[in-house]
Ligand binder design. Structure first.
Ligand code: BGC
Length: 498
């Protein structure tokens, strides 16, 4: 979720929400609530070309252009989880968590992305991991796609080629049939908005294309069709015997209007629709948000384009995508203040101009070491309520939530972060009665943080990336989270519901 905030117009005004020594709830989490930790293949595995793994877009991107990352480093070794998976499971066991979210590297099991060639050592890697998790009573939450498209498929056009949805469906079928007996919760794609905006909208992420006025919208449609295809395959062919759940993982900051003015309130809702409804509406309600259809259509015609740059969803496609969820997978990190600005004159086609708005952070929200992430715990409660009311998903799972710093072992800000956000979440569960069933903190380990390389840390376990052994050490936040998992309580003493 490393959105290029720096590239946006920032303007600061007074506060909207008080943050500081807020109250942390002293109630218990429900017994059924699942605590866990999360990771993703390219960020932790390494073993980039071992045992028959194919090349993916991040391998290619960073081998050819090492200066894409702050420290010039890449994920060739990362946390070496390809070799240290047993140690990782041991850590999860010590945490006492009941769920581990990880992703499968598509090219590790299908080197070219195509189901015509299965790489057995890659399959064995995931089978071993799944068996070890099972032996330790830890449920897997498996993401099929966390940004590491097989390079061959990128050469076919990547997420701009509609046939990639077919390849994804085939890949999903292979994964369901090989691993499905162990997996009861699947996530198809992680943050499709990030894939499209960062990979196809600016040069931040692989494959590094800049198609911010049109390619990003095509990418979105194809990823939604890919997700839906995987959902339908699971639903028809695997659900009857495997009895699991499947959905996709979406992300957004909580968008707070910068003032009480009607214009700013409308701007904040428009921000929600462009940044979140873009993917959530087709899946949970059917079709793109109206405000996107209207604005992009109008702007396209004023630009002299005879059709909307937002590709239409046919009725058949709407029906195919609508309802393809068993839960809502949510990545939430922060909040933004949204303000109205009059639309720019028509110039170049551009998502940010299609959307309008100014985005900023409240100066009272404590900053992390990265520009897009601030401590704004109220965001959690507001967002899960928003989702519950608007999308009625039945069940929400927090698939990512975490803090970024440059600390090594003592990380009090990360403790404050998880404590505050979990407290806000518990209020939503106990007071607002929102059905949030689990939480996988991001991240188990200090891992490869995309274009920040290893300079930014989000782990609850410290990893020494300079040591050949990639030594893991407990941080103070890890110890705190372990205690929360054990006691189901965020403070020293909790009380039962009165
Ligand atoms: C991504 C992770 C990333 C995290 C922190 C999320 O958007 O899914 O891969 O490490 O944000 O930037």
């Amino acid at each position: 979720m490393n959105l290029p905030l720096k590239t946006l117009i920032l303007f600061f005004t007074g506060c909207c929400c008080v943050v500081g020594e807020e109250n942390i709830t002293n109630r218990y989490f429900p017994e059924t609530f699942q605590f866990g930790l999360a990771s993703a293949a390219y960020q932790v595995e390494g073993g980039w070309n071992e045992d028959g793994k194919g090349e993916n877009i991040w391998d290619r991107f960073l081998h050819e252009q090492p200066n894409r990352t702050t420290d010039g480093k890449n994920g060739d070794v990362a946390c070496d989880s390809y070799h240290k998976w047993k140690e990782d499971v041991e850590l999860l066991k010590e945490f006492g968590v009941s769920v581990y979210r990880f992703s499968i590297s598509w090219a590790r099991i299908l080197p070219d992305g195509s189901a015509n060639r299965i790489n057995q050592p890659g399959v064995d890697y995931y089978l071993n991991l799944l068996k070890e998790l099972k032996a330790n009573n830890i449920e897997p939450l498996v993401t099929l796609y966390h940004w590491d498209l097989p390079q061959h498929l990128s050469e076919l056009g990547g997420w701009l080629n509609p046939q990639i949805a077919d390849y994804f469906g085939e890949y999903a079928r292979v994964a369901f049939s090989l691993f499905g007996d162990y997996v009861k919760r699947w996530a198809t794609v992680n943050e499709p908005k990030s894939t499209c905006l960062l990979g196809y909208g600016n040069t931040m992420d692989a494959p590094g294309l800049v198609l911010i006025g049109d390619g990003i919208y095509q990418c979105a449609k194809i990823q939604l069709l890919a997700h839906a295809k995987a959902y339908h395959i699971y639903d028809k062919e695997f659900r009857p015997t495997q009895k699991g759940k499947i959905s996709l993982v979406l992300d957004t900051p909580w968008n707070e209007p910068i003032s009480d003015s009607a214009n700013d309130k409308e701007a904040a809702e428009r921000e929600m629709q462009f940044g979140f409804g873009w993917f959530a509406n087709p899946v949970y309600l059917g079709d793109w948000p109206d405000v996107m259809k209207e604005r992009i259509n109008n702007r396209s015609s004023q630009e002299g384009i005879g059709f909307s740059r937002l590709p239409e969803l046919s009725q058949e496609e709407i029906d195919y995508i609508n309802g393809t969820f068993d839960y809502f997978g949510l990545n939430i990190y922060t909040a933004l203040l949204v303000g109205y600005i009059p639309d720019d004159d028509i110039s170049v086609p551009n998502y940010w101009l299609d959307k309008g708005n100014t985005l900023s952070s409240d100066p009272s929200w404590p900053a992390s070491s990265t520009d897009w992430l601030h401590y704004a715990p109220f965001a959690m409660r507001k967002l899960v309520n928003y989702i519950n009311d608007l999308y009625k998903p039945g069940e929400i799972f927090i698939t990512e939530n975490g803090w970024c710093d440059e600390e090594l072992i003592e990380d009090p800000d990360r403790i404050r972060y998880h404590k505050g956000y979990l407290s806000s979440l518990l209020d939503a569960i106990l007071i607002d009665k929102v059905n949030v069933v689990g939480y996988t903190a991001w991240s188990l380990l200090d891992n490869f943080e995309w274009t920040s390389g290893y300079t930014q840390r989000l782990g609850l376990i410290y990893v020494d990336h300079d040591s050949p052994n990639r030594t893991r050490t407990w941080k103070s936040s890890g110890l705190y989270y372990k205690k929360v998992v054990e006691t189901r309580c965020l403070v020293d003493t909790c009380i039962d519901e009165i």
